[in-house]
Ligand binder design. Structure first.
Ligand code: ARG
Length: 464
């Protein structure tokens, strides 16, 4: 069968392999809503500009509504031979309303059509991600407020470094996610120019009104260069980059959940709702959701890399290569949405083991810096000298197999005779976190204020 949309100059139908490699309907059917919305805006504009008759425009609009509900009810028949969503909609429109359907494609090409559809799709996905990232931030900030004073070990090199509060740790992710939302918002702003009306590549001789279709579809303005309009995919690259960075943030948090819930650490517990069992080892509680969130970053980064490679070296304007922009983009957007939802669920679910956290916070001489700071503040020693003395004290404690809090004062005084009992107080993990009141520091007072600030900010923000 010749393709009804472009078969005019062809004597024979396509080879089966061509049909298979050329067809995009299996994935671009996801664009049906955007495609129909674009066609409705286009038809209304053609009518208003006197390019098609009002009667035809009305038939077209009604036919498009029928198609929309047919697809939504699952009654629409998709066929490989019809290539893509654009030709499917037009072919069905012809069946429904006859010859008038043929007027819809006046002053339009599938090239500006598909660019418009994909932009609308990506824009909607950005809005959805923005809402769910805000939800995740809220869950994190709520948990942080509840655990503003819960002491946990802070790590560098995954070695005990200094005690921090659990709330502070959670709020670190709130900061990252806020930047992720900022990047998505930036991408959305730049994306929001309408390709519709660019035609195949050069514009059109018809007196179209691109401002009108742009406005009808929620774009800020029409894209200014028709060649760019049909071949730009950097809106997808930019969105995928923002998604990849967000996915990396989620994967870092997921990794921490995996580590924290391992009995060897035992810092955090997930309930039955977010753990799975093993088919052979009855004792197991596996953090599968966290592991999958950790892994999903791979797919999302993969989609970004794939599109980078597709775009590299592609001459202007449209080339069929651009059809390869969709599967990875769709997959990455829905994968990130799922990963955000799973992470939100885990944040709400997880509970720290406060006793274990506190004990672990004191392990590994984590308050040694506090002792060094005491020497600087009270004995006016230069920090380097204080560091050296504290190092010796830690070595002595290690040799005696004692924690710093258990090390007798006399042992410390043997190394620096001016150390007093007050110094020993600086070794408590609670005092350590309480003392870190510098802006951005881990002191419970700071954490409480930051959590409150975020919760207020998130509550105030306008819903998109
Ligand atoms: N399915 C095509 C795509 O996704 C639509 C545009 C086709 N344009 C063309 N000149 N063949 O890119």
């Amino acid at each position: 069968m010749n393709n009804r949309m472009w078969g005019g100059r062809f004597a024979a139908g396509p080879d089966a392999t061509l049909e298979e490699i050329n067809a995009s309907i299996d994935f671009d059917r996801h664009l049906y809503r955007q495609d129909i919305a674009g066609s409705k805006a286009h038809a209304a504009m053609l009518k208003k500009q006197g390019i098609i008759a009002a009667e035809d425009a009305q038939k077209i609009a009604r036919g498009l509504d029928t198609i929309l509900s047919e697809i939504e009810r699952g009654e629409f028949k998709f066929k490989r031979a019809l290539e893509d969503i654009h030709t499917h909609v037009e072919a069905r429109l012809k069946e429904l309303i006859g010859a008038a359907a043929g007027r819809l494609h006046t002053a339009r090409s599938r090239n500006d059509q598909v660019a418009t559809d994909l932009k609308l799709y990506v824009r909607e996905a950005i809005d959805g991600l923005d809402r769910s990232l805000a939800e995740l931030m809220r869950a994190l900030a709520e948990k942080a407020a509840a655990h503003a004073a819960t002491v946990m070990p802070g790590f560098t090199h995954l070695q005990p470094a200094q005690p921090v509060t659990f709330g502070h740790h959670l709020l670190a992710y709130v900061e990252m996610l806020a930047r992720d939302r900022g990047r998505l918002a930036d991408a959305r702003k730049r994306l929001n120019e309408s390709p519709l009306g660019a035609g195949a590549l050069a514009g059109t001789p018809f007196p179209i009104d691109r401002e009108a279709t742009a406005k009808a579809l929620g774009f800020d303005r029409p894209a200014a260069n028709s060649l760019d309009a049909v071949s730009d995919r950097d809106f997808a690259l930019e969105t995928l980059s923002a998604c990849a960075i967000a996915a990396i943030h989620l994967s870092r948090f997921a990794e921490e959940i995996v580590v924290w819930t391992s009995p060897a650490f035992g810092l955090v517990k997930l309930s039955d709702r977010f753990t799975t069992g093993s088919s052979i080892m009855p004792q197991k509680r596996n953090p599968d959701a966290a592991e999958l969130v950790r892994a999903k970053a791979g797919r999302i980064i993969g989609a970004l890399m794939q599109l980078f490679v597709v775009m590299k070296g592609l001459p202007l304007a449209y080339a069929k290569d651009l059809q390869e922009d969709k599967e990875g983009t769709f997959d990455a957007l829905s994968t990130l949405a799922l990963a955000v939802a799973a992470t939100t669920g885990m944040v709400r679910d997880l509970e720290p083991d406060e006793k274990r956290m506190k004990a672990a916070a004191a392990e590994g001489y984590s308050t040694a810096t506090d002792l060094a700071d005491w020497l600087v503040q009270n004995l006016k020693l230069p920090f380097r000298e204080a560091h050296e003395i504290t190092g010796k004290i830690v070595a002595r404690a290690a040799a005696l197999n004692l924690s710093l809090t258990r090390l007798p004062l006399s042992e410390m005084q043997a190394i620096e005779r001016r150390i007093t009992a007050d110094a020993a107080k600086s070794l408590s993990v609670h005092r350590s976190v309480r003392s870190r009141t510098s802006y951005g520091g881990t002191a419970p007072r700071n954490v409480r204020a930051q959590a409150k600030k975020w919760l207020k900010r998130l509550q105030r923000e306008p819903k998109r």
